[in-house]
Design a protein around this ligand. Structure first.
Ligand code: PMP
Length: 306
């Protein structure tokens, strides 16, 4: 069975082959679209799929749309219902990824955010691990800096801004690394990975760059902040981080819906700690995977059954 089989397109669920846009579509030309990325996790014991933090993802979708002056034709409740209906029809028995996309669907030439028809589509794909989470990965500092709030706002998930991520990821891969660490637009501080947030552990304190350091406010980042404090009793600090602080960190990891929790073994060829999976990262990983598969009752409000 080839997946996906369906998409929500132009107001209804259709076979994926019918979900096609015109080559003149404004957002295809100029990247004038916003999107989300959600995961649904397969729980083999319950034989059920659960979408993780759907409400939070659709709130961010609305906020991204607002920044890009896209009027979403659906409420968060409607988007959530469509998502569940779509996943039910796909009937995955594995982890999957959902991609809602709100875009300037008109055919006008010219990059502008007003006077354009707009629409939403949603599709899903089966998705295993996006980054290797079984062993620490090798990363480099990118020569490409993050976009700034006053160029393309990174707090919104804007389609066109992922050219920035693609340059970073590609440079890392071509130089033999797994992923890139990206500095803020002024080059002064650590921002995030190409499409994931970053955390540092030093002397038992968990630190992550603040919202004003050109990051996307990751839902996984917020999840980690909450569970690290409440379940692991860790001190969590949001503060600017220097590049060379990474070189002497005891542990580093990326996090994101796609990336999940991915330990970092080396940065710019310097070993992080002893280069092996650290204790804090290991504990957070274990807890995170229990929570997303709806094995922890306290957090079952984050898991929507398909
Ligand atoms: N930063 C960027 C640039 C991203 O694209 C993502 C993935 N959405 C993240 C961080 C992580 O965000 P989340 O945990 O909400 O997936």
């Amino acid at each position: 069975m080839d997946n996906p089989r369906y998409a929500f397109f132009e107001g209804k669920i259709v076979p994926i082959e019918q979900a096609k846009v015109d080559i003149r579509t404004n957002s295809l030309q100029y990247g004038t679209a916003v999107f989300e990325g959600l995961r649904s996790y397969w729980n083999p014991q319950a034989e059920k799929n659960y979408v993780f933090r759907m409400q939070e993802h659709y709130i961010r979708f609305e906020e991204s749309a607002k920044i890009l002056m896209i009027n979403l034709p659906y409420s968060i409740k409607e988007l959530s219902e469509i998502t569940i209906e779509l996943l039910k029809k796909e009937g995955y028995k594995e982890d999957a990824y959902v991609r809602p996309f709100a875009y300037n669907s008109g055919l006008h030439i010219g990059p502008k955010l007003v006077g354009n028809p707009q629409d939403v589509f949603i599709y899903s794909i089966p998705l295993g691990d996006y980054l290797d989470i079984s062993k620490p990965i090798d990363v480099c500092t990118s020569s490409w800096t993050r976009i700034s709030d006053n160029s393309i706002p990174p707090r919104a998930k804007i389609a066109g801004s992922y050219v920035n991520a693609a340059l970073q990821k590609t440079e890392a891969l071509l130089n033999g690394f797994d992923e890139a660490i990206v500095l803020t637009s002024d080059g002064q501080h650590v921002s995030e990975g190409s499409a994931m947030n970053i955390f540092m552990v030093k002397n038992g304190i968990l630190s992550t760059p603040p919202l004003v350091d050109d990051i996307l406010e990751g839902i996984t980042r917020n999840t980690i902040i909450e569970i690290a404090k409440d379940e692991l009793d860790l001190e969590v600090v949001q503060r600017s981080i220097d590049r060379t602080e990474l070189y002497t960190a005891h542990e580093l990891f990326f996090c994101g819906t796609g990336a999940q929790i991915s330990p970092i073994g080396t940065v710019d060829k310097r070993k992080v700690g002893d280069g092996k999976l650290g204790e804090v990262t290991r504990k957070l990983q274990a807890l995170y995977f229990k929570i997303v598969k709806n094995h922890v009752e306290k957090y079952s409000c984050w898991c929507t059954e398909v």
